[in-house]
Design a binder for this molecule. Structure first.
Ligand SMILES: [Zn+2]
Length: 358
């Protein structure tokens, strides 16, 4: 149970009834202009001379990357970067398998790694690592420094660090280590009900040919099929680069968050710990709004839709209906889950505030 009060942000503007299709890039641009145009301008101005470093903290699968990338898309593609530790670690597996790159990595680490485990042991662990074993924080820290140096002086969203409780204290001194001395660092805490994560996992599907991933319930393709024998609906991949196939569920996904329970608990602790820190500004984002507050706070199109299917035997086709996706939030209240853009509006407004420009 969370002790953090995540505020609601009213994104509805009274007497403005214009609707936007938030899945469309151009319409999204107009949407942000309307809802946060003033702050976007201020942020662009700020970024001409300054940067920030923002740590994204939220449970696994809480959309951290999505929000940061959208902020980048809307505010400034050149001066804002999103950087994921998960991607970095995955890349590391490739580096280890490449002789030349591995040698480079080792020589970098010989210069930059400081920790309690000998470097040889760390590298050994790296080579036969199962994804469940966490890499030592000292190693992560050295590697993140390397990645950041590569990117130059830009505002940064770091996704996946701190990842464990001991890393929180590292993050406090991190900007000093990487030459962001004068520029602010910020924690961005993201609240997302477990039920949302659970449902997202349970209904996600992937194309066996091109690995495109979609969601049967939340992000369907254009073509929906019906399996009469199994009495099940399925998506057909519509990626233009792909010849199209029936999309399937990955093994284990039918269990939802069950296998993630421990990770989610740690993530929650991490959020609480970060929240209780003094001296570092925090941005609080929430993904859900109670149903009884939605009318006054939100426009309908800001709510994530859910897709329902019916087989029309006569016309021999699938009938699709759309309705607002309702979930129970962490406190058990019926709530709507938001599309990413309204959450990013909140991120933009709070960012301008903590940077002292709005
Ligand atoms: Zn495909």
């Amino acid at each position: 149970m969370s002790n953090i009060e995540f505020p609601f942000l009213k994104t509805k503007i009274d007497k403005v009834s214009k609707k936007f299709d938030l899945t469309d890039f151009e319409e999204r641009k107009a949407y942000f202009e309307l809802k946060a145009g003033k702050e976007i301008k201020l942020l662009r101005e700020y970024l001409k001379e300054n940067t920030f470093i923002a740590y994204l903290l939220g449970k696994k699968n809480s959309g951290k990357g999505t929000y940061a990338k959208m902020f980048q898309e809307v505010v400034d593609r050149e001066r804002v970067e999103h950087f994921s530790i998960g991607d970095m670690v995955r890349e590391l597996d490739k580096v280890i398998q490449d002789k030349k790159r591995k040698k480079e990595l080792i020589s970098f680490l010989e210069q930059n790694y400081r920790g309690f485990k000998p470097l040889e042991k760390v590298l050994e662990a790296l080579e036969k690592r199962s994804t469940k074993v966490l890499l030592p924080s000292e190693l992560i820290l050295a590697l993140v420094k390397k990645e950041i140096a590569k990117r130059g002086r830009k505002a940064l969203f770091i996704d996946g660090f701190p990842r464990d409780l001991d890393q929180i204290s590292y993050s406090l001194f991190f900007r000093d280590l990487i030459d962001y001395r004068a520029d602010p660092d910020i924690f961005v805490l993201i609240d997302l009900p477990d039920t949302v994560i659970d449902q997202r996992i349970k209904s996600r599907v992937v194309c066996p040919l091109c690995q495109t991933s979609r969601n049967l319930k939340l992000l369907p393709t254009k073509k929906i099929g019906y399996d009469k024998k199994e009495k099940k609906f399925y998506l057909v991949c519509d990626n233009s680069q792909c010849r199209g196939a029936r999309m399937v569920q990955k093994e284990g996904d039918e269990q939802g968050i069950e296998p993630l329970k421990e990770r989610l608990k740690t993530d929650q602790k991490l959020l609480e710990q970060a929240f209780s820190l003094y001296g570092i500004p925090k941005i609080l984002l929430r993904n859900s709004v109670p149903v009884d507050k939605a009318k006054e706070m939100l426009d309908d199109y800001e709510i994530t839709p859910e897709y329902l299917y019916q087989w029309d035997g006569k016309a021999k086709r699938v009938k699709i209906t759309e309705k607002p996706w309702q979930v129970l939030d962490q406190q058990g209240k019926p709530s709507y889950s938001l599309m990413p853009p309204p959450v990013v509006v909140s991120l933009i407004k709070q960012m301008a505030k903590v940077l002292g420009i709005a």
